[in-house]
Write a protein that binds this ligand. Structure first.
Ligand SMILES: *Cc1c(COP(=O)(O)O)cnc(C)c1O
Length: 229
């Protein structure tokens, strides 16, 4: 059996030292434990170890687990690609959606959030590597996209998210993390406020922290390799 408690402790220590090394406060980096395809038992073990924030990738799976765990102190984020027809469930489950990437999805989220009198917090997913298979807007589309969202009063854009290609050497992800930060800085110079950067996974979160990540999304390093699906 894997010792989830000690793995979480070790990740938290690595987050602290990466933050301190880059002159940042460790509290400025939020560990989002990615629990897709992870059992309720293992999620509960992580909660016992002090985790209060989880990221899920599939709405139906998340709904089942969130209802089973039924713990008001836990915050759930959507970190996977979100389909329009799941928007209604998503706004009821998630405190933050990391993956907004189309105006039609924004419109749907806005409408659903309005129905339940919620301001839905979102991040915009940016596809910096321009890989066809990945979701996310193109870098050049960020400013017009932000502008088009300003009419939606029930969604609040808090920042940006990206997922670089997988590299076995984490240093190779740095250019993407840096590019996301610079893109954010550019948007802020146009008056938008985008404090949050969701970037960095098991393999490269320390590099992402050095480049300004405020949410790191870590699954495998805590729960081990995912099986199935
Ligand atoms: C699965 C997933 C992660 C976690 O990746 P690990 O390599 O298991 O840490 C992070 N972000 C997203 C969007 C994911 O889909």
């Amino acid at each position: 059996m894997i010792d989830i408690h000690s793995r979480i402790e070790s990740i938290n220590n690595r987050i602290s030292s990466a933050s301190e090394k880059s002159g940042r406060k460790p509290q400025s980096v939020n560990l989002t434990v990615i629990s897709k395809r992870v059992s309720v038992e293992n999620i509960s073990a992580a909660i016992k170890a002090g985790v209060t924030l989880f990221g899920e990738n599939f709405v139906q799976e998340a709904k089942t687990k969130i209802n089973t765990i039924s713990n008001k102190n836990i915050s759930w984020h959507m970190t996977g690609h979100l389909q329009k027809n799941k928007a209604s469930t998503a706004v009821r489950l998630f405190d933050l959606i990391h993956t907004l990437d189309t105006e039609t999805l924004a419109e749907k989220l806005n409408g659903e959030a309005k129905k339940i009198k919620k301001i839905q917090q979102v991040l915009i997913q940016v596809n910096l590597s321009q890989e066809e298979t990945k979701s996310g807007i193109r870098e050049d589309d960020l400013l017009p996209f932000l502008n088009s969202l300003s009419t939606f009063k029930n969604i609040k854009v808090n920042g940006l998210m990206t997922m670089p290609p997988f590299f076995s050497n984490p240093e190779e992800g740095r250019t993407y993390f840096k590019a996301l930060r610079l893109l954010r800085d550019k948007a802020e110079s146009f008056g938008y406020s985008l404090p949050e950067l969701s970037m960095g996974m098991s393999n490269d979160f320390e590099v992402a922290i050095q480049e300004g990540a405020t949410y790191v999304r870590i699954g495998t390093a805590i729960f081990g390799e995912r099986t199935g699906k």
